[in-house]
Design a protein around this ligand. Structure first.
Ligand code: AMP
Length: 417
């Protein structure tokens, strides 16, 4: 079933959204992107004449009630965004009456799901090494099913629209779907957009396809790099991982971030790229600094000739040119992770060069997908957000999807577990 086809008239819909929005110390929302992201789905349900039960997590309360993470704080903001009054259920597992009383066009917001350990389904207060852990886990999984069943009992249909948590098999993101038949569960519009965007870079690829992987470490991105190796024409590896590659090639990297135990991994990436005919682009020069600070002294050196006491914090001018050249003319682009310590204004040049090249290629017809908190922050910092094709709302979920993993939140709806 698709949300577009479904008619919510006279139905109660329970919708899992990602309202894990950042709050300031007074409980005010500092960035409402996630609320805005869910609006198309929520508004369609109300417009059809349905009643809406909204559920989400916020932060990491670890199975305990924590007033600082109460969704009650965002009730008014949700009402304003929806243009409809919102009532609040202060206990998400005891909202039967409030849900039963809901009429068409009305909205009920449930309290933070993660106030219950059943949401995540992980036993609390017991170490994995404890011999009793397995039994505790089994018991918690059974409780998770009951919790999901309770949530499901509030509504006639279920909509999953929380891409940011779609890689988690939680009560509200996946387990709940078992309590609805195929015709009464569906992905929301945001999920559909994310799934299409991922599909564009994993299956529906227009060539040349260029992937840009940056960030701090190669070890956290290796699964994605390996999956992409079979698909891309150009692979740009940048950011801190540059120095693991430079060292693996026999270079000297000074104090640069470098995973000494991943040198073999780096060499095998280089070998695989060669074997598969992938154009691997790793920055040959770097902007190096004499301390990890925005005001450090800097100079440009080859990435494998960094003196002791210095560290590479950004891509050098030759590297930036090489990145832009690989991106130019691409028809599919995926960017995850910055090319330098972009949080420091003096070390943004590499990430900026990439962002600008991606924007230019997009203007010339490429599909560009930007994902992962830091690359999204880069694109926003450089004012390029409306010059790329799609900015994913999911960090971990996007990365797992690109790695080729089936996300539980999608599998639960589509049945391809
Ligand atoms: P990740 O979470 O792995 O995507 O890494 C993102 C972080 O990598 C950002 O906070 C960047 O500041 C950092 N980063 C990028 N390039 C470097 C570098 N050359 N040295 C140290 N950190 C870096």
């Amino acid at each position: 079933m698709t949300i577009e086809q479904f008619n919510f008239a006279g139905k109660k819909a329970i919708v899992r959204v990602d309202f894990n929005v950042p709050l300031d110390e007074n409980g005010n929302i500092t960035d409402d992107t996630r609320i805005r992201g869910a609006l198309p789905t929520l508004k369609k349900i109300l417009k059809d004449g349905g009643a809406l039960i909204i559920m989400s997590h916020m932060g990491k309360p670890k199975g305990k009630v924590n007033p600082k993470l109460s969704l009650g704080q965002i009730k008014d903001a949700v009402a304003e965004a929806l243009g409809a009054p919102v009532s609040f259920a202060p206990d998400c597992a005891k909202a039967q009456e409030a849900a039963a009383a809901l009429k068409a066009g009305e909205v009920l917001l449930l309290e933070n799901l993660r106030f219950y350990p059943e949401e995540e389904g992980k036993p609390v207060g017991i170490d994995k090494a404890d011999p009793a852990y397995d039994a505790a886990k089994k018991e918690m999984k059974a409780r998770q099913k009951d919790f999901a069943k309770t949530l499901a009992s509030y509504a006639d249909c279920y909509v999953m629209d929380a891409f940011g948590t779609a890689h988690r098999k939680h009560a509200s993101t996946a387990v709940i779907a078992d309590y609805f038949d195929t015709d009464n569960k569906m992905l929301g519009f945001l999920m559909e957009k994310e799934v299409t965007a991922v599909d564009n870079v994993l299956s529906n690829i227009k060539r040349p396809f260029t992937a840009i992987m940056g960030g701090s470490k190669v070890s956290t991105k290796i699964g994605i790099i390996e999956n992409l190796m079979d698909k891309v024409d150009n692979l740009i590896l940048c950011g801190g991982m540059t120095y693991t590659f430079a060292k693996a090639n026999g270079g000297h990297v000074g104090q640069s971030i470098c995973e000494e135990d991943k040198l073999d991994m780096a060499l095998s990436v280089i070998a695989k790229a060669k074997e598969k005919g992938v154009n691997l682009v790793i920055g040959t020069d770097s902007v190096i600094a004499d301390s990890f600070s925005n005001d450090a002294n800097t100079q440009v050196t080859p990435s494998g000739e960094i003196p002791d006491g210095w560290e590479g914090l950004d891509a050098g001018p030759e590297s930036r040119k090489a990145f832009a050249k690989a991106i130019e003319g691409s028809k599919t682009i995926l960017w995850n992770g910055p090319a330098g310590v972009f949080e420091f204004d003096n070390f943004t040049a590499g990430s900026r060069a990439i962002g600008e090249a991606v924007a230019k290629a997009t203007a010339e017809g490429a599909f560009s997908l930007i994902g992962g908190g830091d690359s999204v922050a880069c694109v926003n910092k450089f004012g390029l957000a409306d010059k790329v094709s799609y900015i994913s709302t999911g960090g971990g979920a996007l990365l797992e999807a690109i790695e080729g993993k089936v996300l539980p939140g999608i599998a639960a709806i589509r049945g391809d577990k």
